[in-house]
Design a protein. Structure first.
Length: 300
C-alpha cells in the first residue's frame, strides 16, 4: 500500500512539474516566416518563428514588411498569410455562427487556403467579417479589408456565405477559376476570372506552388520569445470584432487593471459593450432586498 502511495505521489509530482503536459494540444506549426510576424498568445505578444507550435486561440499578425507566413495544421490544411494580415486560430464565434467549426478567422488581410489531400468539408471552414467559407476543394485566395472583400477559387470549387452587418446571406459556390468581389456597400459580383487589380494585390509567393513543409518540423520545436504584454492599441481591432467581442472581454479581463488599457477601453464602450461589466462590476451586483414593511403594534 505504501508503495502505491509513493508511486501515486511521484506521478502527481511529475504532472505538476511538467508544463508541457498541461499545455493545450498544438493544432498547427509555423513552417515559413518570411518577414515581421507576431504571435498573440493569451495577453502577451511573442515573436513568431519557424517551428513555433500554435494552439487554439492564438493570433498571428503580420506587418507591412512581411512577405509570407505559412501555418500548416495537423491534418494537412495549409494557411498562407500575406502582409498586414490578422488571423485567429480556432475562434469561438458567437450567435448563429457558434455551430460553425471554423478553423481560422481572417479579421483582415490576404490569405491562401490549400487542401493538399482529401479532407472532410468542415476541415476547410474559414471565417471573416465579409464571408464564411464552408468548403475549399483544393486552393482558394481571399482578401478582406474594411471596404472590400474578394475570394478566388484558384483550384476546385469554393463554397462561401456572404455576410453583411453581421447577418448571413445565401450560400454561393464558386466554380474553379471564378472570382467573388464586393466593394463598399455594393452588390457582390461573381466573374469567370479574377481582375488584374486583384492579382496585383497578391504577395508574389502566392503565385507560386510551394510544397508542404510540416514534415521538416516533426522533431523541431521553438518556444516563441515573449516581447511584452499587449496594449489596447495592439488588440483594439479584435476587441471590437463582430462575433468575437465576448471571448476577448473574458480573455483580457485582467488587462483592465492596467490604467492605460482601462482608460482606452472605457473611452469607446459603444464599440465593445461587453467590457462594461468588466470595468464596472458594481453595476451588475444583485440589488439588496427591500427591507420588510414595519408592522404596526397590535393592541389587545
Amino acid at each position: 500500500m505504501k508503495r502505491v502511495v509513493r508511486l501515486t505521489a511521484l506521478w502527481v509530482g511529475l504532472l505538476l512539474s511538467s508544463p508541457a503536459l498541461w499545455a493545450e494540444t498544438p493544432l498547427a506549426v509555423a513552417t515559413i516566416v518570411d518577414g515581421e510576424a507576431v504571435l498573440v498568445r493569451e495577453a502577451s505578444r511573442r515573436q513568431l518563428a519557424e517551428a513555433v507550435r500554435l494552439v487554439p486561440g492564438d493570433i498571428v499578425e503580420t506587418s507591412a514588411k512581411a512577405r509570407l507566413v505559412r501555418i500548416e495544421l495537423a491534418d494537412g490544411l495549409i494557411l498562407d498569410l500575406g502582409p498586414e494580415s490578422r488571423a485567429l486560430f480556432a475562434p469561438k464565434l458567437a450567435g448563429e455562427r457558434s455551430k460553425l467549426p471554423t478553423r481560422v478567422h481572417l479579421l483582415r488581410g490576404v490569405a491562401k487556403l490549400t487542401v493538399p489531400q482529401p479532407l472532410p468539408p468542415a476541415a476547410a471552414t474559414f471565417s471573416s467579417p465579409a464571408f464564411d467559407v464552408t468548403g475549399v476543394a483544393h486552393s482558394a485566395v481571399f482578401i478582406v479589408q474594411a471596404d472590400q472583400a474578394f475570394a478566388f477559387a484558384e483550384s476546385g470549387p469554393v463554397t462561401l456565405q456572404e455576410r453583411r452587418s453581421g447577418k448571413a446571406g445565401v450560400p454561393t459556390t464558386l466554380k474553379s477559376g471564378e472570382f467573388f468581389a464586393r466593394i463598399g456597400d455594393g452588390k457582390a459580383a461573381i466573374s469567370s476570372r479574377p481582375t488584374p487589380a486583384f492579382i496585383q494585390q497578391l504577395p508574389r509567393p502566392f503565385l507560386d506552388t510551394l510544397p508542404a513543409r510540416a514534415a521538416l518540423f516533426k522533431t523541431r520545436e521553438i518556444e516563441p520569445k515573449v516581447l511584452g504584454d499587449i496594449s489596447f492599441g495592439d488588440v483594439e481591432a479584435w476587441i471590437d470584432a463582430e462575433g468575437l467581442r465576448a471571448q476577448f472581454a473574458t480573455r483580457w479581463k485582467a488587462q483592465a487593471q492596467n490604467p492605460e488599457f482601462r482608460a482606452a477601453v472605457a473611452a469607446n464602450l459603444r464599440a465593445h459593450p461587453e467590457w462594461d461589466r468588466v470595468l464596472y462590476p458594481e453595476k451588475y451586483l444583485p440589488k439588496p432586498a427591500a427591507a420588510p414593511a414595519s408592522t404596526a403594534a397590535v393592541r389587545y
